[in-house]
Ligand binder design. Structure first.
Ligand SMILES: [Zn+2]
Length: 413
Protein backbone atom coordinates (compact mmCIF):
# COMPACT_ATOMS: atom_id res chain seq x y z
CA UNK A 1 0.00 0.00 0.00
CA UNK A 2 1.52 3.30 -1.05
CA UNK A 3 0.66 6.57 0.67
CA UNK A 4 0.68 9.94 -1.11
CA UNK A 5 0.53 13.26 0.73
CA UNK A 6 -1.43 16.04 -1.01
CA UNK A 7 0.87 19.03 -1.35
CA UNK A 8 -0.35 22.36 -0.11
CA UNK A 9 3.09 23.99 0.22
CA UNK A 10 3.27 23.09 3.89
CA UNK A 11 6.80 23.68 5.09
CA UNK A 12 8.55 24.61 8.33
CA UNK A 13 11.27 27.18 8.92
CA UNK A 14 14.43 25.49 10.25
CA UNK A 15 15.65 28.85 11.58
CA UNK A 16 12.59 29.36 13.80
CA UNK A 17 13.61 29.96 17.43
CA UNK A 18 11.12 28.35 19.81
CA UNK A 19 12.09 30.56 22.74
CA UNK A 20 12.10 33.99 21.09
CA UNK A 21 9.61 32.84 18.42
CA UNK A 22 11.56 34.70 15.80
CA UNK A 23 12.57 33.73 12.29
CA UNK A 24 16.05 34.33 10.96
CA UNK A 25 15.89 37.77 9.30
CA UNK A 26 17.76 36.42 6.26
CA UNK A 27 15.44 33.49 5.77
CA UNK A 28 13.94 33.20 2.29
CA UNK A 29 10.76 31.21 2.63
CA UNK A 30 10.90 29.47 -0.77
CA UNK A 31 14.55 28.61 -0.43
CA UNK A 32 15.01 27.83 3.25
CA UNK A 33 11.75 26.35 4.50
CA UNK A 34 11.64 22.56 4.50
CA UNK A 35 9.09 19.93 3.49
CA UNK A 36 8.20 16.97 5.69
CA UNK A 37 10.43 14.71 3.58
CA UNK A 38 13.39 17.00 4.28
CA UNK A 39 13.06 17.31 8.06
CA UNK A 40 12.32 13.64 8.73
CA UNK A 41 14.88 10.92 8.08
CA UNK A 42 12.96 8.66 5.76
CA UNK A 43 10.05 10.43 4.11
CA UNK A 44 6.73 9.82 5.89
CA UNK A 45 5.05 9.02 2.56
CA UNK A 46 5.77 7.38 -0.79
CA UNK A 47 5.06 10.48 -2.78
CA UNK A 48 3.23 13.76 -3.16
CA UNK A 49 -0.10 14.39 -4.82
CA UNK A 50 -0.01 17.74 -6.58
CA UNK A 51 -3.28 19.27 -7.78
CA UNK A 52 -3.46 21.58 -10.77
CA UNK A 53 -6.08 23.63 -8.90
CA UNK A 54 -3.68 24.21 -5.98
CA UNK A 55 -0.83 25.21 -8.28
CA UNK A 56 -2.94 27.46 -10.52
CA UNK A 57 -5.00 28.98 -7.71
CA UNK A 58 -8.74 28.63 -7.58
CA UNK A 59 -11.27 30.56 -9.54
CA UNK A 60 -12.51 33.51 -7.49
CA UNK A 61 -10.01 32.97 -4.68
CA UNK A 62 -7.13 35.37 -4.32
CA UNK A 63 -5.06 33.52 -1.72
CA UNK A 64 -3.58 30.69 -3.76
CA UNK A 65 -1.06 28.32 -2.24
CA UNK A 66 1.44 29.13 -4.95
CA UNK A 67 2.81 32.51 -5.89
CA UNK A 68 3.16 33.26 -9.59
CA UNK A 69 6.93 32.90 -9.20
CA UNK A 70 6.57 29.48 -7.57
CA UNK A 71 4.22 28.29 -10.29
CA UNK A 72 6.68 29.33 -12.99
CA UNK A 73 9.55 27.70 -11.15
CA UNK A 74 7.62 24.42 -10.85
CA UNK A 75 7.12 24.36 -14.63
CA UNK A 76 10.69 25.49 -15.34
CA UNK A 77 12.55 23.20 -12.97
CA UNK A 78 10.13 20.29 -12.93
CA UNK A 79 8.59 18.65 -9.88
CA UNK A 80 11.67 16.67 -8.82
CA UNK A 81 13.76 19.78 -8.33
CA UNK A 82 10.94 22.00 -7.14
CA UNK A 83 9.96 19.64 -4.32
CA UNK A 84 13.61 18.69 -3.74
CA UNK A 85 12.62 15.05 -3.93
CA UNK A 86 16.20 13.89 -4.05
CA UNK A 87 17.15 15.71 -0.83
CA UNK A 88 15.57 13.12 1.45
CA UNK A 89 16.92 9.61 1.59
CA UNK A 90 13.78 7.97 0.26
CA UNK A 91 12.93 8.08 -3.44
CA UNK A 92 9.58 9.80 -3.84
CA UNK A 93 7.01 9.82 -6.63
CA UNK A 94 4.79 12.65 -7.81
CA UNK A 95 1.18 12.07 -8.74
CA UNK A 96 -0.90 14.80 -10.34
CA UNK A 97 -4.62 15.41 -10.34
CA UNK A 98 -6.93 18.28 -11.27
CA UNK A 99 -8.22 19.04 -7.77
CA UNK A 100 -11.82 18.40 -8.85
CA UNK A 101 -13.31 19.49 -5.51
CA UNK A 102 -12.28 23.06 -6.28
CA UNK A 103 -14.59 23.18 -9.31
CA UNK A 104 -17.38 20.93 -8.05
CA UNK A 105 -19.96 23.70 -8.52
CA UNK A 106 -19.07 24.30 -12.19
CA UNK A 107 -21.13 22.75 -14.98
CA UNK A 108 -18.02 21.32 -16.64
CA UNK A 109 -14.37 20.96 -15.58
CA UNK A 110 -12.48 24.19 -16.32
CA UNK A 111 -9.45 22.42 -17.84
CA UNK A 112 -9.00 20.79 -21.21
CA UNK A 113 -7.39 17.38 -21.53
CA UNK A 114 -4.39 18.90 -23.30
CA UNK A 115 -3.87 21.55 -20.59
CA UNK A 116 -3.83 18.87 -17.93
CA UNK A 117 -1.41 16.71 -19.90
CA UNK A 118 0.81 19.77 -20.38
CA UNK A 119 0.81 20.21 -16.58
CA UNK A 120 1.75 16.59 -15.76
CA UNK A 121 4.19 16.19 -18.62
CA UNK A 122 5.65 19.68 -18.31
CA UNK A 123 6.38 19.23 -14.60
CA UNK A 124 7.74 15.72 -15.04
CA UNK A 125 5.22 13.88 -12.88
CA UNK A 126 5.37 10.09 -12.47
CA UNK A 127 1.59 9.58 -12.52
CA UNK A 128 -1.22 11.69 -13.94
CA UNK A 129 -4.92 11.36 -13.19
CA UNK A 130 -7.45 12.05 -15.96
CA UNK A 131 -9.71 15.13 -15.86
CA UNK A 132 -12.78 14.41 -13.73
CA UNK A 133 -15.98 15.90 -12.44
CA UNK A 134 -16.88 14.99 -8.86
CA UNK A 135 -20.28 13.57 -8.02
CA UNK A 136 -20.78 14.86 -4.54
CA UNK A 137 -23.78 12.74 -3.57
CA UNK A 138 -24.02 9.08 -2.68
CA UNK A 139 -27.29 7.20 -2.99
CA UNK A 140 -27.14 3.46 -3.67
CA UNK A 141 -30.93 3.32 -4.02
CA UNK A 142 -31.15 5.96 -6.77
CA UNK A 143 -32.77 4.73 -9.98
CA UNK A 144 -31.13 5.53 -13.30
CA UNK A 145 -33.84 8.12 -13.94
CA UNK A 146 -33.01 9.85 -10.67
CA UNK A 147 -29.27 9.73 -11.40
CA UNK A 148 -30.06 11.35 -14.74
CA UNK A 149 -32.37 14.00 -13.28
CA UNK A 150 -29.91 14.97 -10.56
CA UNK A 151 -27.09 15.33 -13.05
CA UNK A 152 -24.96 12.55 -11.56
CA UNK A 153 -25.10 10.37 -14.68
CA UNK A 154 -24.06 13.36 -16.79
CA UNK A 155 -21.05 14.03 -14.56
CA UNK A 156 -20.05 10.39 -14.85
CA UNK A 157 -20.38 10.54 -18.65
CA UNK A 158 -18.24 13.72 -18.75
CA UNK A 159 -15.60 12.04 -16.57
CA UNK A 160 -15.52 8.91 -18.75
CA UNK A 161 -15.41 10.85 -22.02
CA UNK A 162 -12.52 12.93 -20.70
CA UNK A 163 -10.78 9.76 -19.47
CA UNK A 164 -11.03 8.18 -22.91
CA UNK A 165 -9.72 11.32 -24.57
CA UNK A 166 -6.97 11.64 -21.95
CA UNK A 167 -5.84 8.08 -22.61
CA UNK A 168 -5.77 8.64 -26.40
CA UNK A 169 -3.91 11.96 -26.11
CA UNK A 170 -1.37 10.47 -23.67
CA UNK A 171 -0.64 7.67 -26.15
CA UNK A 172 -0.47 10.06 -29.10
CA UNK A 173 1.86 12.46 -27.30
CA UNK A 174 4.08 9.72 -25.90
CA UNK A 175 3.98 11.08 -22.36
CA UNK A 176 6.46 9.89 -19.77
CA UNK A 177 3.99 9.72 -16.87
CA UNK A 178 1.67 6.78 -16.18
CA UNK A 179 -1.96 7.74 -16.85
CA UNK A 180 -4.67 6.96 -14.30
CA UNK A 181 -8.33 6.95 -15.33
CA UNK A 182 -10.80 8.31 -12.78
CA UNK A 183 -14.01 6.53 -11.84
CA UNK A 184 -16.78 8.69 -10.43
CA UNK A 185 -20.10 7.29 -9.20
CA UNK A 186 -22.98 7.63 -6.77
CA UNK A 187 -23.41 3.97 -5.80
CA UNK A 188 -21.38 0.73 -5.71
CA UNK A 189 -22.84 -0.35 -9.06
CA UNK A 190 -22.16 2.96 -10.79
CA UNK A 191 -18.51 2.91 -9.61
CA UNK A 192 -18.13 -0.68 -10.87
CA UNK A 193 -19.61 0.29 -14.26
CA UNK A 194 -17.17 3.22 -14.54
CA UNK A 195 -14.21 0.97 -13.69
CA UNK A 196 -15.22 -1.51 -16.40
CA UNK A 197 -15.37 1.31 -18.96
CA UNK A 198 -11.94 2.60 -17.95
CA UNK A 199 -10.48 -0.88 -18.38
CA UNK A 200 -12.06 -1.02 -21.85
CA UNK A 201 -10.26 2.24 -22.67
CA UNK A 202 -7.00 0.43 -21.86
CA UNK A 203 -6.26 1.78 -18.37
CA UNK A 204 -4.15 -0.39 -16.07
CA UNK A 205 -4.29 2.27 -13.35
CA UNK A 206 -7.55 3.53 -11.91
CA UNK A 207 -8.33 6.22 -9.34
CA UNK A 208 -11.59 6.20 -7.43
CA UNK A 209 -12.78 9.77 -6.94
CA UNK A 210 -15.46 11.58 -5.00
CA UNK A 211 -15.11 9.38 -1.93
CA UNK A 212 -13.88 12.02 0.50
CA UNK A 213 -17.34 12.75 2.00
CA UNK A 214 -18.33 9.05 2.11
CA UNK A 215 -18.56 6.99 5.28
CA UNK A 216 -16.15 4.07 5.52
CA UNK A 217 -18.86 1.48 5.11
CA UNK A 218 -19.99 3.16 1.86
CA UNK A 219 -16.42 3.19 0.53
CA UNK A 220 -16.10 -0.50 1.44
CA UNK A 221 -19.40 -1.26 -0.34
CA UNK A 222 -18.04 0.44 -3.48
CA UNK A 223 -14.79 -1.49 -3.25
CA UNK A 224 -16.73 -4.74 -2.86
CA UNK A 225 -18.61 -3.99 -6.09
CA UNK A 226 -15.48 -2.88 -7.96
CA UNK A 227 -13.21 -5.76 -6.97
CA UNK A 228 -14.94 -8.51 -9.02
CA UNK A 229 -14.69 -6.47 -12.23
CA UNK A 230 -10.99 -5.59 -11.77
CA UNK A 231 -8.65 -7.27 -14.22
CA UNK A 232 -5.49 -8.92 -12.88
CA UNK A 233 -2.68 -6.58 -11.94
CA UNK A 234 -4.78 -3.41 -11.89
CA UNK A 235 -3.51 -0.61 -9.68
CA UNK A 236 -6.25 1.19 -7.75
CA UNK A 237 -5.77 4.58 -6.09
CA UNK A 238 -8.32 5.87 -3.58
CA UNK A 239 -8.48 9.67 -3.81
CA UNK A 240 -8.74 11.36 -0.41
CA UNK A 241 -9.06 9.15 2.65
CA UNK A 242 -10.28 10.94 5.74
CA UNK A 243 -10.46 8.04 8.19
CA UNK A 244 -7.07 6.42 8.27
CA UNK A 245 -8.09 3.61 10.64
CA UNK A 246 -9.76 1.93 7.70
CA UNK A 247 -6.71 1.75 5.48
CA UNK A 248 -6.10 -2.00 6.16
CA UNK A 249 -9.64 -2.79 5.08
CA UNK A 250 -9.20 -0.72 1.93
CA UNK A 251 -6.16 -2.86 1.09
CA UNK A 252 -8.30 -5.95 1.32
CA UNK A 253 -10.76 -4.23 -1.02
CA UNK A 254 -8.11 -4.05 -3.75
CA UNK A 255 -6.73 -0.55 -3.16
CA UNK A 256 -2.99 -0.31 -3.87
CA UNK A 257 -2.44 3.36 -3.01
CA UNK A 258 -4.27 6.28 -1.43
CA UNK A 259 -3.75 9.86 -0.38
CA UNK A 260 -4.77 11.67 2.77
CA UNK A 261 -4.13 14.95 4.52
CA UNK A 262 -5.80 13.78 7.74
CA UNK A 263 -2.78 12.89 9.89
CA UNK A 264 -1.28 16.30 9.08
CA UNK A 265 -4.41 18.41 9.32
CA UNK A 266 -5.61 16.81 12.54
CA UNK A 267 -2.60 18.35 14.26
CA UNK A 268 -4.29 21.75 14.10
CA UNK A 269 -7.88 21.12 12.98
CA UNK A 270 -8.93 18.41 15.40
CA UNK A 271 -9.94 19.34 18.91
CA UNK A 272 -9.03 15.96 20.43
CA UNK A 273 -7.01 13.64 18.22
CA UNK A 274 -4.26 16.08 17.37
CA UNK A 275 -1.13 14.26 18.59
CA UNK A 276 -0.55 10.77 17.18
CA UNK A 277 1.28 7.89 18.82
CA UNK A 278 1.43 4.27 17.61
CA UNK A 279 -1.05 3.12 20.26
CA UNK A 280 -3.45 6.06 20.65
CA UNK A 281 -3.92 9.78 20.07
CA UNK A 282 -3.36 12.50 22.67
CA UNK A 283 -4.57 16.05 23.12
CA UNK A 284 -1.91 18.66 22.38
CA UNK A 285 -1.35 21.38 25.01
CA UNK A 286 -2.93 24.65 23.94
CA UNK A 287 -1.05 27.86 24.59
CA UNK A 288 -2.32 30.28 21.93
CA UNK A 289 -0.35 33.45 21.27
CA UNK A 290 -1.94 36.48 22.88
CA UNK A 291 -1.41 38.21 19.52
CA UNK A 292 -2.77 35.33 17.48
CA UNK A 293 -6.04 34.64 19.29
CA UNK A 294 -8.87 36.75 17.86
CA UNK A 295 -11.27 36.25 20.78
CA UNK A 296 -8.65 37.13 23.36
CA UNK A 297 -7.52 40.17 21.39
CA UNK A 298 -11.10 41.43 21.21
CA UNK A 299 -11.50 41.10 24.98
CA UNK A 300 -8.24 42.95 25.55
CA UNK A 301 -9.36 45.73 23.17
CA UNK A 302 -12.69 46.08 25.00
CA UNK A 303 -10.80 46.50 28.25
CA UNK A 304 -12.29 43.36 29.77
CA UNK A 305 -8.85 41.85 30.25
CA UNK A 306 -5.53 43.56 30.74
CA UNK A 307 -2.98 42.77 28.05
CA UNK A 308 -0.28 42.50 30.69
CA UNK A 309 -2.24 39.82 32.54
CA UNK A 310 -2.75 37.81 29.35
CA UNK A 311 0.94 37.93 28.47
CA UNK A 312 1.90 36.99 32.01
CA UNK A 313 -0.30 33.87 32.00
CA UNK A 314 0.84 32.89 28.50
CA UNK A 315 4.50 33.17 29.58
CA UNK A 316 3.84 31.23 32.76
CA UNK A 317 2.21 28.37 30.83
CA UNK A 318 5.14 28.15 28.40
CA UNK A 319 7.64 28.37 31.23
CA UNK A 320 5.95 25.57 33.17
CA UNK A 321 5.86 23.36 30.06
CA UNK A 322 9.57 23.82 29.42
CA UNK A 323 10.45 23.27 33.05
CA UNK A 324 8.35 20.11 32.98
CA UNK A 325 10.34 18.78 30.03
CA UNK A 326 13.49 19.31 32.12
CA UNK A 327 11.88 17.44 35.04
CA UNK A 328 11.93 20.69 37.00
CA UNK A 329 8.21 20.86 37.84
CA UNK A 330 5.32 18.43 38.19
CA UNK A 331 2.24 17.59 36.14
CA UNK A 332 -0.21 19.44 38.42
CA UNK A 333 1.73 22.70 38.28
CA UNK A 334 1.66 22.59 34.48
CA UNK A 335 -2.02 21.67 34.36
CA UNK A 336 -2.75 24.57 36.72
CA UNK A 337 -0.79 27.05 34.56
CA UNK A 338 -2.57 25.83 31.41
CA UNK A 339 -5.96 26.07 33.12
CA UNK A 340 -5.35 29.58 34.41
CA UNK A 341 -4.44 30.80 30.95
CA UNK A 342 -7.24 28.82 29.31
CA UNK A 343 -9.81 30.46 31.63
CA UNK A 344 -8.71 33.71 30.07
CA UNK A 345 -8.62 32.85 26.36
CA UNK A 346 -11.30 30.18 26.25
CA UNK A 347 -13.24 30.02 29.49
CA UNK A 348 -15.50 27.26 28.17
CA UNK A 349 -13.75 23.92 27.83
CA UNK A 350 -11.65 22.55 30.66
CA UNK A 351 -9.14 20.17 29.09
CA UNK A 352 -7.29 19.56 32.36
CA UNK A 353 -7.87 15.80 32.54
CA UNK A 354 -6.76 15.32 28.92
CA UNK A 355 -3.69 17.50 29.47
CA UNK A 356 -2.89 15.46 32.57
CA UNK A 357 -2.79 12.30 30.41
CA UNK A 358 -0.57 13.91 27.77
CA UNK A 359 1.82 15.24 30.40
CA UNK A 360 1.94 12.04 32.43
CA UNK A 361 2.67 9.85 29.40
CA UNK A 362 5.07 12.34 27.73
CA UNK A 363 4.54 10.73 24.28
CA UNK A 364 7.14 12.97 22.60
CA UNK A 365 9.85 11.25 24.64
CA UNK A 366 8.96 7.85 23.19
CA UNK A 367 8.87 9.06 19.59
CA UNK A 368 11.90 8.41 17.42
CA UNK A 369 11.04 11.00 14.77
CA UNK A 370 13.66 13.69 14.22
CA UNK A 371 11.28 16.45 15.28
CA UNK A 372 10.37 15.04 18.71
CA UNK A 373 14.00 14.25 19.35
CA UNK A 374 15.06 17.74 18.42
CA UNK A 375 12.24 19.85 19.87
CA UNK A 376 10.87 17.76 22.77
CA UNK A 377 7.72 19.12 24.37
CA UNK A 378 7.46 21.98 21.82
CA UNK A 379 5.93 19.42 19.40
CA UNK A 380 3.08 18.81 21.86
CA UNK A 381 2.23 22.50 22.22
CA UNK A 382 -0.74 23.66 20.15
CA UNK A 383 0.41 27.13 19.18
CA UNK A 384 1.31 28.87 15.91
CA UNK A 385 2.10 27.21 12.61
CA UNK A 386 5.77 26.36 13.25
CA UNK A 387 4.80 24.04 16.12
CA UNK A 388 1.49 22.84 14.66
CA UNK A 389 2.98 21.92 11.29
CA UNK A 390 5.84 20.09 12.97
CA UNK A 391 3.30 18.13 15.00
CA UNK A 392 1.51 17.47 11.70
CA UNK A 393 4.76 16.10 10.22
CA UNK A 394 5.21 14.00 13.38
CA UNK A 395 1.66 12.65 12.88
CA UNK A 396 2.53 11.75 9.28
CA UNK A 397 5.59 9.91 10.56
CA UNK A 398 3.56 7.91 13.12
CA UNK A 399 0.85 7.21 10.56
CA UNK A 400 3.31 5.98 7.95
CA UNK A 401 4.90 3.63 10.53
CA UNK A 402 1.45 2.27 11.34
CA UNK A 403 0.66 1.63 7.68
CA UNK A 404 4.03 -0.17 7.29
CA UNK A 405 3.53 -2.22 10.45
CA UNK A 406 0.08 -3.37 9.39
CA UNK A 407 1.43 -4.22 5.97
CA UNK A 408 4.26 -6.29 7.49
CA UNK A 409 1.82 -8.18 9.72
CA UNK A 410 -0.34 -8.92 6.70
CA UNK A 411 2.36 -10.26 4.42
CA UNK A 412 5.27 -11.67 6.46
CA UNK A 413 8.00 -11.78 3.84
ZN1 LIG B 1 7.62 12.52 16.77
Amino acid sequence: MRFFFPDSQDQVDPTFDFVTEEHDPFRVRQRDDLYAHEVLTGAPFDGLLVSKAIVDGQVGSSAGKYTVAQRHRLYREGARRFFRLDHGNTPLKIMGDCGAFSYVSEVEPPYTVNEVIDFYHGCGFDYGISVDHVIFQYDPAASSDEAEQKGWAKRQRITLELAEKFRDRCDARGVTFTPYGVAQGWSPESYAAAVEKLQDFGYRHIALGGMVPLKSRDILACLAAVKPVLKDGMEVHLLGVSRCDDVPRFTEGGVTSFDSTSPFRQAFKDDRDNFYTPSRTYVALRVPQVDGNAKLKARIRSGEIGQGKAIELERKALDQLRRFDKDDTDVEAVVEALREYSDLWDGKSDRSSQYRETLTDRPWRDCSCDLCRKHGIEIAIFRGSERNKRRGFHNLYVFEQQVRARQARKDPA
